[in-house]
Design a protein around this ligand. Structure first.
Ligand SMILES: Cc1cc2nc3c(=O)[nH]c(=O)nc-3n(C[C@H](O)[C@H](O)[C@H](O)COP(=O)(O)O)c2cc1C
Ligand code: SF4
Length: 550
């Protein structure tokens, strides 16, 4: 790309679908930042108002507007990385800024520099390497999405085919939509990206929706911005064809002809892996009429919310959309669209091969299927574990992952990354399924679990969590925009009513208002952090707020 003129860059992208993000990335790649001239050229080339483009570009974290910005180090300041002793030194390196959790909690601390992700616990140890494979399966049952991921060469077309790859797609093409949807309905597969919506129902809605003269679209949500989540990276890095096969089956089932993988910016090493796999699948004639493209995000947690993601793809300001209408009828370019998480799509091929009942039966007790848990923090063996839904949490923590660090006791585990708040105390014996977790005011969501032991300051960790939500709130609705700020301040102890009782009442009021009136899941989930903190650790909060209580 280096050396191409503005006109050449614009000509290369302007007629492509969803051109804004790749065009901006192309300018960054050429110049090392986004200059005023580049913005003017892009606004003119894509016929968009310069003020709108400026607002959109500056919304994202990683579109640097300063010369050299692309190469400046960005250090992860996620909840797990901050606990690593080398964090302060890395964050203080010359020219460095911090970035929200970059999805490498299993190998802290990631530092993004240009298109490389280095990891290490200090300046001397920073190096680039592949994503860790999931640890060897420690369970008694069997896995679904990880069943073949450790097989050497699985990421290549030949290796994927040697382990049964693309058989499901052939079956899907032979048997058609109704058969695919029946199998998925029987499997009980529900979204693995957070909201848990039944996959077959989503696909049927798109199948039955009128495309109104346009095309239907499959979008893979690979934004994985939830702190503590890193499962989609492992799946894409080690099993990219499973994702491509899952998306192509979704296209067959719904009649879609266009597909996008929306890949989070912080996973630059995943990009060539996906590009190579798509090229291999295309060359082998496997996509047949399904036009599959990758679009890189630019760093914004809210872009993982599906309607914000669609606005981002379309080059609009990435605010979440008001719903209804839903993406199944009015998604990408207002046409019927499936938005699914990476893990959801990767589960589809094995389900079609083995059958819906097989997947149902992988769950524990009456629960259907499996869930990948990204486990990190104060635990002996962090990593991605595919668990039967309904597995007791102590079994995962102690038997699968080796338990607490020597001499320490686990006191809290986050759920759904940060979005489900904490599970703590006697509730740490809970089973990992939505009904059990919902009964405790939490949820499994995307499956990130960060573990904290008795050496940690849980109030300070909560302040950092709320500061993340405040930073990432898109600002569209004020209960979330202001509520996340106020909660951060209350957790910092820098303002608010004196005395624990009044503090608690105010924090509860703010949280309830946010949950009742926020327009998207960010504002609804953020107060779960304060709610669960106060519920499980009242004495620690009291000591923090009301210094006299010591
Ligand atoms: C603030 C926010 C961030 C989200 N981030 C992601 C994400 O990174 N990846 C994802 O798959 N879903 C994310 N979601 C959920 C999506 O909106 C959507 O439910 C999901 O992509 C649908 O796919 P699924 O049905 O396969 O889970 C997020 C939701 C919210 C509210
Ligand atoms: S809840 Fe927060 S992130 Fe979601 S739309 Fe409102 S302000 Fe934006």
């Amino acid at each position: 790309m280096t050396g191409r003129t503005d006109e050449e860059l614009i000509a290369a992208w302007a007629q492509q679908p969803a051109p804004l993000l790749p065009l901006l990335h192309a300018f960054v790649e050429r110049d090392g930042f986004l200059s005023d001239e580049a913005l003017r050229a892009v606004a003119k080339g894509l016929r968009m108002p310069l003020a709108d483009l400026f607002g959109t570009v500056t919304f994202y974290h990683h579109f640097s507007r300063e010369p050299g910005g692309h190469q400046a180090p960005r250090v992860c300041d996620g909840p797990v990385c901050r606990l690593v002793p080398g964090y302060a030194a890395l964050a203080a390196m010359p020219g460095a800024t911090t970035m929200p959790c970059a999805g490498r909690c299993d190998e802290p601390i990631p530092v993004l520099k240009g298109d490389a992700v280095l990891t290490g616990v200090g300046l001397d140890s920073l190096a680039q390497g592949p994503s860790p494979l999931p640890p060897a399966y420690p369970g008694n049952g069997s896995e679904c999405v990880f069943a073949e991921i450790r097989t050497p060469e699985r990421a290549t077309l030949a290796g994927y085919r040697a382990t049964g790859g693309y058989q499901a797609l052939a079956k899907a093409r032979a048997e058609g939509s109704e058969s695919i949807l029946d199998t998925l309905t029987r499997s009980g597969l529900a979204g693995r990206g957070g909201a848990g919506f039944p996959t077959a129902r989503k696909w049927r809605a798109v199948l039955e929706a009128d495309a109104r003269g346009g095309s239907k679209t499959i979008v893979c949500n690979a934004d994985e911005g939830e702190p503590g989540c890193f499962k989609d990276r492992a799946l894409m890095d080690h099993d990219p064809h499973a994702l491509i096969e899952g998306m192509t089956i979704a296209a067959v089932a719904t009649g879609a002809t266009v597909g996008f993988i929306y890949l989070r910016y912080e996973y630059p090493q995943t990009l060539p892996i996906l590009e190579r796999a798509i090229a291999e699948a295309e060359a082998a004639g496997l996509l047949a009429g399904f036009d599959l493209m990758i679009r890189r995000g630019a760093g914004a947690y809210v872009c993982g919310e599906e309607t914000s993601l669609l606005n981002s793809l379309e080059g609009k300001h990435p605010f979440p959309r008001n719903r209804p209408p839903y993406p199944v009828t009015h998604g990408y370019e207002d046409r019927p669209t499936v938005v699914n998480n990476v893990e959801t799509l990767c589960a589809v091929p094995p389900i079609l091969v083995h059958g819906g009942q097989w997947y149902q039966d992988l769950g524990a007790g009456s629960h259907a299927g499996t869930k990948v848990i990204s486990l990190s923090g104060d635990i002996q063996r962090p990593g991605n574990y595919e668990v039967p839904i309904g597995l007791p949490l102590p079994e995962l923590l102690n038997e699968w992952a080796g338990g607490a660090r020597p001499g320490r006791t686990i006191v809290a585990a986050t759920m759904a990354g940060l979005s489900g708040g904490y599970i703590a105390g006697e509730d740490l014996t809970i089973t990992l399924d939505e009904p059990a977790l919902r009964a405790k005011g939490s949820f499994l969501g995307a499956g990130g679990i960060m573990v904290f032991d008795d050496s940690r300051d849980i109030v300070e960790i909560s302040r950092q969590a709320m500061a993340f939500f405040a930073h990432e709130s898109c600002g569209k609705c004020f209960p979330c925009r202001i509520g996340t700020q106020r909660l951060t301040e209350r957790l910092a102890g820098t303002s608010g009513p004196a005395g624990f009782a009044a503090w608690k009442q105010e924090v509860q009021d703010i949280g309830e208002t946010m949950k009742a009136t926020s327009a998207c899941g960010l504002g609804v989930a953020a107060p779960l952090v304060t709610e669960s903190l106060v519920r499980y650790f009242p004495d620690k909060v009291r000591r923090h707020v009301d210094k006299d209580a010591d």
